[in-house]
Design a protein around this ligand. Structure first.
Ligand code: ANZ
Ligand code: ZN
Length: 803
């Protein structure tokens, strides 16, 4: 018996060797491959086994590409500004700069246990002034192009985090960070004009090799729709109300109109009889949080007492207020067609408003409508001149018809809103703007960047709508860079997304003091070829990064306009019963003990073995034993067979090519759990072969190379034992030959009347006639009746029917 598998010694040995001789070197000749992880924020609780899985996946992919001959850019850094870091610091009562630093240290130690090929020379940290100098520089460039502007408006406000939030940070009406219901607050904000990029952000999704799900989330978020604005006169008044509709084909079916309670005319339309109720409704709506507005199951509303005139047929329709109409979408007013819209149907039913069907599926009117007919397909009815038209055709033509008739125009609308970019918090990049009474908003001159975040004693959020920086007089009071008169600094900071929107550009040139990245390096090493991370960033980070990249492309800083060519979203690892791992639930599994007891290679394999990487998987620690036993058996097999001088046989060659084929195709499909189970199956097969006559060296070597991306330490060790002096990562990824995978001899059953009577051995490509002849010969003695039918399922079975 050879020496047993000693994971501790082996792993330590190869860590040391890799330190001396890194396996991933840039020789200037190899093509680059950039494999990026979503960088972590340095949380206080460290990494759990769920974070580990993401980093294992990206390292497996990186090492696979390394074996294919690429130079791998595989960096790591810290998303260290922002609410989570600051909230943690406040809770622990330490300054965020101190807690951030010690958290980074701990997580870096944990990440190093993964033995990934991270290039720490490329490390970035968003809180490093040399980094955020460029975060601020980008803001200044946006300001100069008119894409960063100040605006006072009601914004999403998290009363718990005490800061404003972007629309993307409000999930089902709650703060994306802390879960508290979001309210509205009127504040002067810095905004980024992401809407100027809406069309490109939408169209360029086609260029991306991303999961369809994420692309759909982005296109839904951008929410481009085509339709018309239609003007309705208000009966007996000068005013007109413009509505936005995507279904102008249904205009004859509009039986009422609804305005958002915030609409400019909402109050004015009230009559003496309705005024009290209208004002009451408007007030109550303003007090409702957006969660309530979203979650309200029943529609509420109030009749204003005024009527609008349908411009097409002159019909008088009542004007209502209801909070199911959003103030900041379209025109904040809608024409309501209860027969063909679910929300309008519900509202009309509740308030006894007439319902007029204008589209009929088969030309017939429905007698008793119990729900809206929402398809835009059918024949127009009850629609004057439009009767008989196909509704889907009319839907396309109506905007122009309305424009010609002079009561509206064709329009396009977007759901996407400009990005609220100010945070009333301490732990972020100061917005590099000076407010001068004479010159207005003046950017801090570029040679004065970074504008450093001042040291403070009190960094807790104030809740007043001002950031803690507003209290530091000597920092706030400055002089205007243009005219030199006394002026004040902007005291809001940037959101956490500011640094993460461009950090991936910085890794490849992280010490550059002249530019955020040199054009030379950007052209050589960017963009990212593969991006790996959780799906929760689908419309936040992934949309913002695309926006920043397009902007930097437009100003000539880089020569590509999409940051991430390919995207893989990994699922979460949860605790028992699918519960998310969290410190407060006490179900966090730390990788540290598992690495100690089983070794890094075992944990790497087990992280992948727990389930399909794109799905959530429940963590069950017991399974790691099985993986550990597998590695032991594989180690013993190679050690036992390596010096036996076994010659390859047809069967061994076949197994070898099939192994390469299975592992490669599964890996290419990111089916990493089945890669591991595949290794286990082949390990069993090879152990059988070892008993039968032995396993040749080429087959052992192939198996070892294939294992290298997954279990790099043991692969290096066995590669060395197989007599190599170079690293296994120099070996190149093995190829397969489909011809050699074919089974050339098959044993198949021969049935007579459905019962197996014999087996025959045939060549895999043997002709049908010959197979049948062999089959009949084999069962001749068992056939007593006349043969009626002979069936051959190629390569599988022969069935003879005799009666
Ligand atoms: C009449 C109509 C008839 C409509 C029908 C739909 C179906 P998207 O695709 O989301 O753009 N709408 C317009 N502005 C709104 C607002 N501020 N708040 C709530 N709803 C609003 O949908 C546009 C449709 O949503 C518009 O077309 C309008 O209702 C409604 F059979 O107009 B529709
Ligand atoms: Zn000035």
């Amino acid at each position: 018996m050879a020496t047993p598998y000693n994971h501790k010694a082996i792993e330590q040995k190869w860590r040391n060797k890799w330190q001396e001789h890194p396996v991933n070197v840039n020789d200037g000749k190899k093509e680059k491959y950039y494999c990026l992880d979503m960088f972590p924020y340095p949380s206080g609780s460290g990494l759990h086994v769920g974070h580990w899985r993401g980093y294992v996946i990206s390292d497996v992919w990186s090492r696979y590409k390394l074996l294919q001959g690429y130079y791998i850019i595989h960096p790591m850094g810290w998303d260290a500004f922002g609410l989570p870091a600051e909230n943690y610091a406040i809770k622990m009562g330490v300054h965020p700069s101190i807690s951030t630093e010690s958290n980074i240290k701990n997580i870096k130690r944990q990440i190093n246990e993964i033995a990934a090929i991270y290039d720490w020379d490329m490390e970035v940290n968003t809180t490093d002034p040399e980094f955020y100098k460029w975060t601020q520089w980008i803001f200044v460039q946006m300001f100069k192009k008119g894409l960063a502007y100040e605006k006072e408006m009601p914004i999403n406000w998290c009363p718990s985090c005490k800061t404003g939030l972007a629309n993307e940070e409000v999930v089902n009406g709650c703060c994306e960070r802390c879960g508290a219901p979001v309210t509205k607050k009127n504040l002067k904000q810095w905004m980024l004009k992401i809407t100027a990029y809406a069309d490109r952000l939408l169209a360029d999704l086609d260029k991306l090799d991303w999961p369809e799900k994420v692309k759909k989330m982005q296109s839904d978020w951008i929410g481009k729709s085509h339709g018309a604005e239609v003007d309705f006169a208000v009966d007996g008044r000068e005013d007109k109300i413009t509505v936005y509709t995507t279904r102008p084909d249904t205009l004859y079916g509009a039986t009422f109109m609804v305005l958002a309670p915030e609409h400019a005319l909402a109050k004015e339309l009230a009559t003496d009889e309705t005024r009290e109720a209208v004002e009451d409704y408007i007030f109550k709506a303003s007090m409702k949080s957006s969660v309530d507005r979203l979650q309200d199951k029943e529609k509420t509303g109030v009749f204003t007492g005024s009527y609008a005139i349908n411009p097409l047929n002159g019909a008088k329709v009542p004007i209502w207020l209801s909070d199911y109409v959003l103030a900041d979408y379209g025109t904040g007013a809608i024409m309501c067609v209860p027969a063909h819209d679910d929300r309008d149907f519900e509202f009309a039913t509740k308030f006894n408003i007439p319902i007029i069907q204008v589209i009929a599926k088969d030309g017939k009117e429905i007698e008793n409508m119990t729900e809206a007919y929402t398809d835009a397909s059918g024949i127009m009815i009850n629609s004057g001149d439009w009767n008989g038209m196909e509704s889907s055709v009319l839907k396309e033509e109506a905007p122009e018809m309305i424009e010609k008739m002079g009561f509206g125009k064709k329009t396009t609308n977007y759901k996407l809103r400009d990005w609220v970019f100010s945070r009333q918090r301490y732990w972020g990049e100061p917005i590099p703007i000076v407010h001068c009474p004479d010159c207005g908003c003046v950017p801090v001159p570029e040679d004065q960047l970074p504008l450093k975040l001042p040291e403070v004693e009190k960094y807790q959020p104030t809740g007043t709508g001002e950031s803690p920086l507003a209290d530091i007089e000597e920092w706030v009071n400055t002089t205007c860079p243009v005219c030199g008169k006394p002026a004040k600094r902007e005291t809001n900071t940037m959101p956490q997304w500011a640094g993460s929107s461009w950090y991936f550009l910085r890794y490849v040139d992280n010490k550059n003091t002249e530019a955020l990245v040199s054009r030379e390096k950007a052209d050589k090493y960017l963009p990212v070829d593969m991006y790996i991370g959780g799906v929760e960033h689908a419309v936040l980070h992934l949309l913002y990064s695309r926006f920043y990249t397009k902007f930097l492309y437009d100003i000539g800083a880089i020569d590509f306009d999409e940051p991430f060519k390919k995207l893989f979203n990994q699922g979460m690892i949860t605790g028992k019963n699918g519960i998310k791992m969290s410190k407060s639930k006490g179900n966090v599994v730390s990788p540290d003990d598992l690495v100690r007891d089983y070794g890094c290679d075992s944990l790497r394999l087990y992280e992948l073995f727990v389930g399909p990487p794109e799905l959530d998987s429940e963590w069950d620690e017991r399974g790691i034993d099985g993986v550990y036993r597998f590695l032991n058996r594989f180690y013993n097999l190679v050690m036992d067979q390596k010096d036996k001088g076994i010659k390859e046989t047809k069967e061994l060659v076949k197994i070898r090519h099939k192994l390469v084929y299975d592992i490669t195709t599964r890996l290419e499909n990111f089916s990493l759990n089945t890669v591991i189970s595949g290794f286990m199956e082949y390990n069993n097969k090879l152990n059988e072969m070892a008993k039968k006559g032995g396993v040749d060296k080429a087959t052992l070597e192939t198996a070892v190379v294939l294992m290298a991306p997954f279990a790099p330490h043991i692969a290096e060790e066995l590669w060395e034992e197989l007599g190599h002096t170079e690293s296994v990562f120099e070996a190149g990824w093995p190829s397969y030959d489909e011809d050699k995978m074919k089974d050339d001899e098959l044993t198949i059953p021969v049935q007579v009347n459905g019962k197996t009577r014999a087996t025959i051995v045939i060549a895999a490509d043997e002709a049908k006639d010959q197979v049948l002849a062999k089959a009949k010969a084999a069962v001749e003695s068992k056939i007593t009746a006349t043969i009626r039918k002979e069936i051959y399922v190629p390569g599988k079975i022969v069935n003879i029917v005799a009666k």
